[in-house]
Design a protein around this ligand. Structure first.
Ligand code: FES
Length: 232
């Protein structure tokens, strides 16, 4: 007995007789049984096909989750005009030079075109590129700084009182442009890649520059702030 036989209802003694006696009735009964067998096979194949498709779709979803609008995707953090530039000593969180976007976990830094850099010429140009600083058409400078402390991952607040970022966990201290100042952090703050789309600032929160080392004479962009941070 094969699997098909198990799934078929038993035939009546009358049908058995007809089948073994030949004739039109026998042909009809045989045709009906073959049709049922084909139907069952096709149904099983269809179910198997649907299951396989669902499994592949699930695997693709895990490998390539839809991050649209979420951290990890390209996020529009707002209009340039809502983020006025300032020179570093005049930064004020949310008002001038430094703006926080929680959904992007990003500080947008906007330095005025008359910002004083410690470098000049090609040294300045090269350092701006390596620190992912974008020069805008109006001469101002932009950076998208990731909020995460590169020591052990605490969120680093910007401190208006000392023109810098100071980590509350172990004291790592970073300049207004995210460059390392002091503390246990192994490098400067990381920066996201970003672009402008017309007036909109688009931050790619899936792509980081994590290679900005401690600055030295010859690589530091901005002077160390003159005001120490007060005790938090
Ligand atoms: S996590 Fe920021 S200093 Fe340790």
């Amino acid at each position: 007995m094969n699997a098909d036989d198990i799934n078929q209802p038993p035939i009546t003694p009358q049908q058995y007789e007809v089948l073994h006696g030949g004739g039109a009735e026998a042909a009809e009964i045989t045709r009906q049984r073959l049709s049922r067998r084909h139907f069952l096979r096709r149904s099983m194949l269809a179910v198997w096909g649907l299951s396989a498709t669902a499994a592949v779709a699930g695997a693709l979803d895990m490998l390539y989750p839809n991050l649209a609008g979420q951290f990890g995707a390209v996020l529009n953090v707002g209009k340039k005009s809502k983020m006025p530039a300032a020179i570093p000593t005049k930064f004020k969180l949310g008002q001038a030079g430094v703006f926080y976007f929680q959904n992007a976990k990003t500080y947008m830094i906007h330095m005025a075109k008359d910002t004083h850099f410690l470098l000049s010429g090609t040294n300045l140009t090269d350092q701006l590129v390596s620190e992912t600083v974008l020069k805008d058409s109006d001469g101002s400078y932009w950076i998208a700084v990731y909020q995460r402390c590169v020591h052990l991952g605490c969120t680093v607040p910007f401190r208006d009182d000392c023109d810098s970022f100071k980590c509350p966990c172990h004291g790592s201290h970073y300049n207004v442009d995210g460059e390392y100042l002091d503390g246990p952090a192994p490098r400067s703050l990381d920066r996201f890649i970003f672009t402008f789309s017309g007036e909109d600032v688009m931050v790619n929160t899936g792509v980081l520059n994590q290679k900005v080392p401690h600055p030295e004479t010859g690589t530091r962009l901005i002077a160390v702030p003159g005001v120490p941070c007060s005790a938090a």
